[in-house]
Design a binder for this molecule. Structure first.
Ligand SMILES: *Cc1c(COP(=O)(O)O)cnc(C)c1O
Ligand SMILES: [Zn+2]
Length: 436
């Protein structure tokens, strides 16, 4: 799986990628998305012996000096600085709100790491700054992905920022208008393939094998390096005293893999005393990893995916071996929640003024479920990662608030009220609020 004819840059000579299956090493100066020897998943090798946290944020200029990703350059691949495309990504808030702990049934501290505060409003930007910079460093002219969602929005933005052409293949199935709007507006060439996501990815792989087109799909190991900084930044915000649990939604499981790699590295270099347990939450209708975990890792079976949380609607996650490594390293848990649980948790996160897209709320829904089941103690501390912004999927908001579930408004449904244009009508409607 290599577009070996892409120009190879000697300035990336020190960067090595390693196969997690056969441990073979390969130079990081080419576009590899799988091991050329065995097809296994690749990791970028981080030279841990030389890492000094005093170097974080030092010596950077231009946009990199403002980036919450490149700030952690000692733990990232050594991409030549002139190739780096940064949009000041990262630097996301770590909120604390007692109402979220209440909702989860906990008296321990619950915090929210809000990745919707990235330039294109999802965590994908953290990976894309590294992926697109790597593409640029090796001389790629066109970067491409098959996606209906946040990956394409992020790719389009970073490619255009860096002066590269981008190509997005979208399937024929339902796409989020918000995410497609970003992709179109940021200037990607968008091609709709008459088929599903797998068909779009398959034909794109044929294209990247034959032409100088750099594939930024979810197994790209450089993207995962950028996504590690969600964890590194959060741990720094916790003053390197980690909470007991880190809870995140799982789709293709790239983020789970990146979190695991970050935790392994932070423990190894002694920046945190122990790894928090990773809790991966899938949507019930797209939960092959959760089923496999519950089954003691026996009989893995992909499934036909169906969930309202489109960002995690993945039936056969590309990064499953890496995700298993991450969960096992931390003694973590994998679970799944229903679409109703996701939407109710989302409504709670939205109502307190924070907001997120549906997939993101799987984290809080999963935490609540595991506390109720006694698998996580109520006194524990946890951070839920919100992966995307509330405006990514406004259809989900209007469906929740303006239409019924089983003939009744959903919990906390908030419907606009229509009145005649008179003060009297307004006073009648607002009587409780005005006099209460
Ligand atoms: C991509 C994405 C996910 C899923 O991440 P994976 O790495 O595929 O597991 C979850 N939420 C949002 C908003 C996303 O964009
Ligand atoms: Zn291999």
């Amino acid at each position: 799986m290599t577009a070996g004819h892409l120009a190879q840059s000697s300035s990336l000579a020190g960067v090595i990628v390693r196969c997690m299956e056969c441990s073979a090493d390969f130079p990081g100066d080419r576009a590899l998305t799988g091991c050329p020897a065995c097809g296994g998943l690749l990791d970028v090798v981080t030279p841990l012996s030389a890492i000094d946290r005093a170097l974080f944020g030092t010596g950077l200029t231009g946009a990199m000096a403002h980036s919450g990703v490149w700030r952690y350059w000692p733990l990232l691949p050594a991409i030549p600085r002139e190739a780096v495309v940064s949009r000041w990504e990262g630097n996301t808030p770590l909120y604390e709100d007692a109402r979220l702990a209440d909702y989860a049934g906990m008296n321990g501290e619950v915090r929210i790491k809000h990745e919707g505060h990235n330039p294109t409003a999802s965590f994908k930007d953290r990976g894309m700054t590294v992926g697109v910079s790597h593409a640029k460093a090796i001389g790629a002219r066109i970067v491409a992905c098959a996606s209906t969602g946040n990956t394409s929005a992020s790719l389009a933005s970073y490619a255009s920022s860096g002066g590269l052409a981008s190509l997005v293949l979208i399937p024929d199935t339902k796409v989020s208008m918000g995410k497609l709007a970003q992709t179109v507006a940021y200037g990607s060439t968008v091609v709709q393939v008459a088929g599903d996501f797998d068909a779009a990815l398959a034909v794109l792989r044929e294209l990247t094998a034959a032409y100088d087109v750099y594939l930024v799909n979810s197994v790209n190991p450089f993207r995962l390096e950028g996504q590690k900084t969600i964890i590194i930044e959060a741990m720094e915000q916790y003053a390197w005293n980690p909470p007991d649990y880190i809870v995140l939604p799982g789709g293709n499981l790239g983020n789970t893999s990146a979190f695991g790699k970050a935790l392994i590295e932070l423990v190894e270099i002694g920046l945190i005393p122990r790894a928090p347990k990773l809790v991966v939450v899938q949507a019930e209708g797209a939960s092959p990893f959760a089923k496999w975990f519950r089954n003691g890792y026996r009989d893995y079976a992909p499934m036909h995916a169906d969930t309202v949380a489109t960002a995690i609607k993945i039936g056969n996650p590309a990064s499953i071996p890496r995700a298993k490594r991450a969960v096992d390293f931390t003694g973590g848990i994998v679970t799944s929640v229903s679409d109703e649980e996701i939407l109710d948790a989302k409504a709670e996160i939205d109502r307190i003024g924070i907001g997120c897209e549906p997939a993101s709320a799987a984290s809080l829904a999963g935490l609540r479920q595991l506390v109720a089941a006694g698998q996580i103690p109520a006194s524990a501390s946890a951070v839920c990662v919100l992966t995307g912004h509330v405006l990514k999927d406004t259809d989900a908001v209007s469906d929740y608030h303006f239409s019924d579930r089983d003939g009744h408004p959903r919990p906390g449904a908030n419907r606009p009220i229509r009145v005649e244009p008179t003060l009297a009508a307004l006073e009648r409607t607002l009587a409780d609020a005005l006099h209460g």
